[in-house]
Design a binder for this molecule. Structure first.
Ligand code: AMP
Length: 396
């Protein structure tokens, strides 16, 4: 893997694609700067070498035209704060003003180009546009893991204009190493926990990870399709009827790969998807009519805990209950505790994918696991075994 550590950036202008698509509140304040902080080691290395940094990012979905709400003026101050120095923002990402600003940039300085998605050519992967961007720097660095699954001009196409001087940033390297550490070189036993609402969105992941893992814990809404497939009575719980045969197929494949599958044995149930109704515990194979399972029960939590404390490598994607409702967050909290404890005992733990990442941040587990991915879609596609265009562009 060719990273920025393989190059000395002295007197070089590094064009660094980052993913600063950060959440903003209605006053346009950055509410979570994780993605900016995560890129600091890359920026520091280039500046310490005596180089300068030209940052490229998108923000939101402006769909090819300038829109004030997606202007990087809302985030440039936060970027300056994180990097501890003034970051200059240019009005456009290509054209005269961008060229002039790039030309005037001195070693040790940081420039931020305007939102690359103000041009349609970015998402279209337009080659001429990528070439214009490429003219601004001497080397190309991709540190935008969150956008690495897109074959856009600044995330992938641009790399061809830097055949000798294209590199992974340190965040990108960390993300890719974390995935490898689970799927390729993980210390055994390796346990994957998959939760979330639907089986259909996780099938490819399950199929891809079966050859790599020893244990597979299936929880959350998607577990009910498996329970029903096994003859359980699941009441009104979430189910994908058309995926029942597939659930059985997955269980069969798991057996072939000698993967132990752990399904919940009990559930916290309620009559509706709400915090304001009575809830109780039930055998997951015998949920009464009119009731639905919204969280893992205590026996299941204990079972998952035993499996996790005996694991050396852990991958977690998807909550195992409706954690957004406090009455049904207990199972996912218990799971977070188990993963934190396993990590404390020396296991490597990777948390990836939208909702579980939101959970670990909100419930204070981010520092208690080994690695929290900064990319939702990109992490899921990596777990599906796909080569991300942003990664391929640097590797090939
Ligand atoms: P996904 O986006 O597929 O990873 O699903 C995440 C969502 O699954 C979260 O919003 C959870 O509330 C939801 N979820 C977890 N467990 C259940 C359940 N038992 N029934 C319905 N939804 C669930």
């Amino acid at each position: 893997m060719k990273t920025i550590n393989d190059f000395n950036f002295k007197d070089k202008k590094a064009l660094v694609r980052v993913d600063f698509n950060v959440p903003l509140d209605d006053q346009f304040n950055v509410t979570d700067n994780t993605r900016i902080v995560a890129v600091k080691p890359t920026v520091d290395k280039i500046l310490n070498d005596g180089g300068s940094v030209i940052l490229m990012t998108h923000l939101g979905r402006p769909k090819g035209e300038f829109k004030d709400e997606f202007s990087l003026k809302h985030i440039v101050e936060e970027i300056s704060n994180v990097f501890g120095q003034e970051v200059k923002l240019v009005e456009d990402c290509i054209g005269e003003k961008a060229e002039q600003a790039a030309k005037e940039l001195k070693p040790g300085e940081i420039l931020l180009l305007a939102n690359v998605r103000f041009h349609n050519e970015e998402e279209n992967g337009d080659e001429a546009f990528a070439e214009k961007l490429s003219k601004l720097g001497d080397a190309y660095v991709n540190d935008a893991f969150g956008t690495a699954h897109r074959a856009h001009a600044s995330t992938a196409v641009i790399a061809k204009f830097f055949p000798e001087t294209k590199f992974f940033g340190l965040l990108m390297a960390k993300e890719l190493q974390a995935i490898d550490k689970v799927l390729k070189s993980g210390e055994k036993p390796i346990t994957a926990i998959l939760g979330g609402s639907k089986v259909s969105t996780k099938i490819t992941i399950i199929e891809n990870i079966l050859p790599a893992v020893d244990n597979l814990i299936i929880g959350g809404g998607m577990a009910f399709t498996f329970i029903k497939a096994l003859g359980g009575k699941i009441g009104n719980s979430l189910v994908e009827e058309d995926k029942i045969p597939l659930a059985l197929e997955i269980l069969g494949k798991a057996k072939e790969h000698k993967v132990k599958v752990y399904l919940p044995s009990d559930a916290i149930i309620a009559e509706s998807f709400s915090n304001d109704v009575e809830s109780k515990e039930a055998d997951i194979y015998a949920i009464p009519e009119g009731w639905m399972g919204l969280d893992a029960g205590h026996k299941s939590r204990d079972l998952f805990n035993d499996v996790l404390l005996n694991s050396r490598t852990i991958l977690w994607n998807g909550p195992i209950g409706v954690f957004e409702l406090s009455n049904f967050a207990g199972g996912t909290v218990a799971l977070g505790d188990s993963i934190a404890e396993a990590t404390r005992l020396g296991a490597f733990s990777l948390v990836g994918g939208g909702d579980s990442v939101a959970f670990v941040k909100q419930f204070g587990y981010a520092d208690k696991v080994s690695y929290v991915s900064t990319g939702g879609g990109a992490m899921l596609e990596s777990l599906e075994g796909l080569e991300l265009p942003g990664v391929a562009a640097i590797n090939n």
